[in-house]
Design a protein around this ligand. Structure first.
Ligand SMILES: NC(=O)C1=CN([C@@H]2O[C@H](COP(=O)(O)OP(=O)(O)OC[C@H]3O[C@@H](n4cnc5c(N)ncnc54)[C@H](OP(=O)(O)O)[C@@H]3O)[C@@H](O)[C@H]2O)C=CC1
Ligand SMILES: Nc1nc(=O)c2c([nH]1)NC[C@@H]1CN(c3ccc(C(=O)N[C@@H](CCC(=O)O)C(=O)O)cc3)C=[N+]21
Length: 306
């Protein structure tokens, strides 16, 4: 049977399509009301790791009717200059959302940049105030990849209450927010990292296993409980047997699919949903900005008021 028809593959495409269709409707309504959504992407320096992501952001934003603009800055830029650029975007009423693509060059502290984005324009949910909201179970604007991974788990139909979940990787943008989102859903969560004594021993107990490390084939079949759901978040570039470059995840998909009941493919799993959630977050940010605007100026057409 061709792989694409194997029911064990938990594919992101249909979920992403559903989300983008809803965003497109929202965006059209907002535009008609004088609030056109606009997303700004900031890339600093060498962009190889983010090129695929930005390419897909542009394509899907266009599909959804969201303006998309990419600002590229040289690796030699200072943190202060970048912060000034972000403050300019914060103050620009035409800009709905700002995403800072990671990684940035080592001399620029990413946390300072994330904190410079106004919380109302923080479509990645990475400002300390935004990430704090997750701790308080306010989940409507969560970091995109974390939210995408949880959406995909929900597609299994598994009851998240009391589910034994193991997350491998604890970065602030992926592993940690996944843990908080799942705790809010009532799951029992274990988080592993590079100091964990036996990742395999934890992973084998999981009904749902999330992997976000950045190491191809880290998770093998003997680390997975039979019948588990495996959500592979890794996006790694590799040279394939034919010499061409391809994307692989962190899971040894070929062997793990024999053990797991569900497994997300890479590409075609979490990635497309991440892009869709970024667009959905842009609409959440816009509706917050609209609410503030209307509370301040009444419901008159913003463009008429300008
Ligand atoms: N699909 C998508 O939309 C996205 C995919 N990604 C991909 O997800 C992966 C992870 O990204 P990100 O979280 O940003 O990466 P980071 O490098 O920030 O984090 C990696 C995490 O893995 C942990 N780790 C490293 N080695 C091991 C090990 N041997 N066993 C267990 N844990 C380990 C690290 O722990 P410690 O800190 O203790 O060293 C760290 O918490 C990458 O492949 C990235 O490309 C990222 C964002 C979006
Ligand atoms: N601030 C920030 N947030 C991120 O979430 C972030 C980041 N920086 N830097 C880079 C990584 C990587 N990442 C991807 C997301 C989706 C796809 C994606 O759409 N992949 C598709 C398409 C693959 C293809 O077109 O070849 C797929 O997996 O099927 C890829 C990569 C987000 N990241």
């Amino acid at each position: 049977m061709p792989l694409s028809h194997d029911s064990r593959y938990l594919k992101g495409g249909p979920v992403a399509k559903r989300i983008i269709a809803a965003v497109r409707e929202d965006a059209a309504i907002a535009k008609a009301a004088g609030f056109p959504p606009k997303l700004i992407s900031i890339t600093v320096g060498d962009t190889a790791a983010v090129d695929v992501y930005v390419r897909n952001q542009r394509a899907k934003a266009q599909l959804a009717g969201i303006d998309f603009e990419e600002r590229r800055f040289p690796a030699t830029i200072t943190s202060g200059e970048l912060e000034a650029a972000i403050h300019g975007l914060n103050a620009d009423p035409r800009v709905t959302g700002i995403i800072i693509q990671r990684p940035v060059p080592a001399h620029i502290p990413i946390r300072t940049l994330q904190a410079a984005v106004h919380p109302l324009k923080d479509v990645e949910g990475m400002h300390p105030a935004s990430i704090g909201n997750i701790v308080y179970n306010q989940l409507d604007l969560a970091p995109c990849t974390a939210a995408a991974s949880v959406e995909l788990l929900k597609e299994t139909g598994l009851d998240l209450k009391g589910l034994e979940v193991v997350i491998v990787g604890h970065s602030e943008i992926v592993g940690k927010p996944i843990a908080f989102l799942l705790m809010s859903e009532g799951a029992t969560v274990t988080v592993c990292h590079h100091i964990t004594r036996s990742v395999a021993a934890h992973a084998r107990r999981a009904d749902a296993l999330f992997v976000a490390v950045g190491k191809p084939r880290l998770i093998k079949a003997d680390m997975v409980k039979p019948g588990a759901a495996v959500i592979d978040i890794g996006i790694n570039s590799e040279i394939g047997p034919d010499g061409s470059s391809r994307i692989v995840g962190d899971v040894d998909t070929e062997s793990v699919r024999e053990v797991a009941s569900w497994i997300t493919p890479v590409p075609g799993g979490v990635g497309p949903i991440t892009v869709a959630i970024l667009l959905r977050n842009t609409m959440v940010a816009l509706s917050r900005q609209r609410a503030l605007y209307e509370a301040t100026y009444g419901t008159a057409d913003r463009l008429a008021a300008e």
